[in-house]
Design a protein around this ligand. Structure first.
Ligand code: GLU
Ligand code: ZN
Length: 294
C-alpha cells in the first residue's frame, strides 16, 4: 500500500506555496488509495511557533485535505538517538567561520554549489572546551537519486560533493536529514512527494537509508511556487497566507483551483477546467502517474 506524507515545519503559518505542495502530496497518497501522514518537523525548537501546529491543521482541513496519522518529531528523539548510535560519527567543534577559512585555505577552493566540510575533526582534534556537533563519516562512494515525476537522476560523490554532514548539532538538535530518513522508514513511507528544493539533498538521504539498512522510498519532487520576479515564496517574504484567505472568507474550492492552475497546463495531462473539484484532480493525478508508468 502507498504511504505518503506532508511534513511541514511549524515555524509559521502555511503560505500558498506550502499549500500547493500539501495538496499534491495529498492527491498522490489518495489517488493511489494510500495512507496519508501529517508530520510536524519541529526539532528546531528555537524556530517553532506554538500556534503554527493548529493553524496548519485548520488550513489543511479548510483545503479539504485529511490525514490518517499525525506525528511530531519533537516526541521521537529516542529514535533519532538510536539511529545516530548506529552510524560512524565523530565530534566536531568547528565554528562556521573556521570551516569557511579551512575551505578557503584548501587548494580546491569552493567548487560545488555547497560548502563541503573539509573533515577537520575527522582525525580527532575537537576542542574539548566547546560543545560538539556529531558528524557522520560519509562513505567514500557515489550515490544516485532518481525522481519518478521529473525523470531526472542526480549522482553525488559523498566525500567531495557532500562531505561529513552534521547529524546532531552542537545544541543537541538532531539534523533534518537524519530525522526525515528515520521517520520515513519508521512510518513505512513508500512515496516522498516534496518541493524540488530538497532534490539535491536526496542522494545524502539515500546514503543514510543505505547505512541504516532502510528501504528506499520513491521520490517525486514538485516545483516551488514563485512570485512575479521568479523568487520562491517564503514565509518571511509576505507570501499570501492560507490563514488570511480562510479568515477573509475566500472559497476553498477556488483557492484549490488556483493552486492547481498555478502549476501550468503542461503539468497536467489535460488542460484544467476553470473550477476544478478535488475528485477531478484525483483523476488527473492518477492519469499523470499512469502515463509515467508507461
Ligand atoms: N520539513 C521540510 C520542509 O518543510 C520538508 C521535508 C521533506 O518533505 O522531506 O521543507
Ligand atoms: Zn570540526
Amino acid at each position: 500500500m502507498t504511504v505518503g506524507r506532508y511534513a511541514p515545519s511549524p515555524t509559521g503559518g502555511m503560505h500558498l506555496g506550502n499549500a500547493r505542495t500539501a495538496l499534491l502530496a495529498w492527491l498522490h497518497s489518495r489517488a493511489l488509495g494510500g495512507r496519508h501522514i501529517l508530520r510536524f518537523e519541529d526539532l528546531d525548537v528555537g524556530r517553532v511557533r506554538g500556534w503554527a501546529y493548529d493553524a496548519t491543521r485548520r488550513d489543511l482541513e479548510w483545503l479539504g485535505l485529511d490525514w490518517d496519522e499525525e506525528y511530531l518529531q519533537s516526541e521521537r528523539l529516542e529514535l533519532y538517538a538510536d539511529a545516530v548510535a548506529r552510524l560512524k560519527t565523530y565530534p566536531c567543534t568547528c565554528t562556521r567561520r573556521e570551516i569557511e577559512a579551512a575551505i578557503q585555505d584548501s587548494a580546491g577552493a569552493p567548487h560545488g554549489p555547497e560548502a563541503v566540510y573539509p573533515g577537520t575533526c575527522r582525525a580527532g582534534q575537537p576542542d574539548p572546551s566547546r560543545p560538539a556537533a556529531l558528524r557522520w563519516k560519509v562513505p567514500d562512494q557515489t550515490v544516485c537519486a532518481a525522481d519518478f515525476l521529473t525523470r531526472q537522476t542526480l549522482c553525488q560523490q559523498l566525500s567531495t560533493e557532500v562531505g561529513d554532514i552534521v547529524l546532531r548539532r552542537n545544541d543537541g538538535v538532531f539534523a533534518y536529514h537524519l530525522a526525515v530518513v528515520v521517520d520515513d522508514a519508521a512510518m513505512g513511507v513508500t512515496d516522498v512527494l516534496r518541493g524540488v528544493d530538497l532534490w539535491t539533498a536526496t542522494p545524502r538521504q539515500i546514503a543514510l537509508q543505505q547505512a541504516l539498512g532502510y528501504p528506499q522510498p520513491r521520490y517525486l519532487h514538485v516545483p516551488l511556487m514563485t512570485d512575479y520576479a521568479g523568487e520562491r515564496l517564503a514565509k518571511r517574504g509576505g507570501a499570501p497566507s492560507v490563514m488570511a484567505l480562510r479568515e477573509r472568507g475566500e472559497d476553498a474550492a477556488q483557492v484549490r483551483s488556483v493552486l492547481a492552475q498555478s502549476l501550468g497546463n503542461g503539468f497536467w495531462p489535460v488542460p484544467l477546467p476553470p473550477e476544478v473539484a478535488l475528485d477531478d484532480l484525483l483523476l488527473l493525478w492518477r492519469h499523470k502517474l499512469d502515463r509515467l508508468l508507461l
